[in-house]
Structure formats: structure tokens, C-alpha cells
Write a protein that binds this ligand. Sequence first.
Ligand code: HEC
Length: 126
Amino acid sequence: MHKPLMKIRAALKLLALSVTVVMSMLVSMTSAASTADDVAEGKKLAFDRSKGNCLACHAIEGGDLAGNTGPPMIMMQARYPDRSNLSQQIADPTIRNPNTLMPPFGRHGILTDTEIEKITTYLLTL
Ligand code: HEC
């Protein structure tokens, strides 16, 4: 092959590589930003008396007038290494305990799947 052509190919490969690197950096930056938003929105939904209203039964750091019908939301990351167990508990706690007082937020349509995922993301920061 011609020398100049090989140089062009090498330059193109380098260009493609740097585009990939920049793209993946951008993707990780946006996902970090959306996680921060999810945490803030999740907290809002959890505290909102007409949405999650989790404070009615659970003590959560930063929340006022919390009830104690349910356990405090602490050490969540350590207690829920598998986040799907946590979102399932919110979506339908009757799977784990058919007699629970906790409302099945997903099954009863009180919260959407997206809202439950945001609350899960927030709880895992506690
Ligand atoms: C009416 C009271 C009530 C409300 C409202 C409520 N819970 Fe619960 N929750 C309970 C009770 C009681 C338990 C104890 C476990 C059981 O009953 O099976 C529990 C258990 C849990 C657990 C598992 C126990 C643990 O310590 O990990 C999680 C997680 C949880 N609740 C999250 C939430 C979230 C998030 C919300 C709001 C979206 C919420 N709960 C709203 C009553 C409630």
C-alpha cells in the first residue's frame, strides 16, 4: 500500500478512537447528572404526602414528623446490595409479607415504575 494512504488510515483510526473516547465521556457525564436529578426527585416523591408519603410510617433522615409503623430507612446500600429487591419492596411489599401495612405503591398505581426507580435511587444514598 502507498505510504501516504497508510498515514491517512492511521490518522482516521486515531480520530475514530478519540471520537469514541469523547462520546463515552459525554455519556458518563449525562448519566451522572441524571442520577443526581433522580436522587433529588426520589427524595421529593418519598417525602410528598400525596405521593410516596413514606414518612407516614418510616423515619428518613431530613424528614419531619415521621411515623414508626415501619423500620427507619437507614444503611440501605448495605442492606440492599441488589436494588431490584428494594424497588420490588416499594412496588409490592405484599410479595414479602402478605399482611404488611405498607401499601403496594406499584400494584395500586400510586407510583409509576419510573417514580419507584427514582425513590429506589434516593433510598440507596441513605
Ligand atoms: C402505612 C405505612 C407505610 C407506608 C406509607 C410505607 N411503608 Fe414501608 N413499610 C411499612 C411496614 C409496616 C414495613 C415493615 C415490613 C412489613 O410490614 O412487611 C415496611 C417496610 C419497608 C421496607 C423494608 C424494610 C427495610 O427496613 O428495608 C422498605 C424498603 C420500605 N418499607 C420502603 C418504603 C417506602 C420507600 C415508602 C414510600 C414510598 C414506604 N415504605 C411507605 C409501612 C409503610
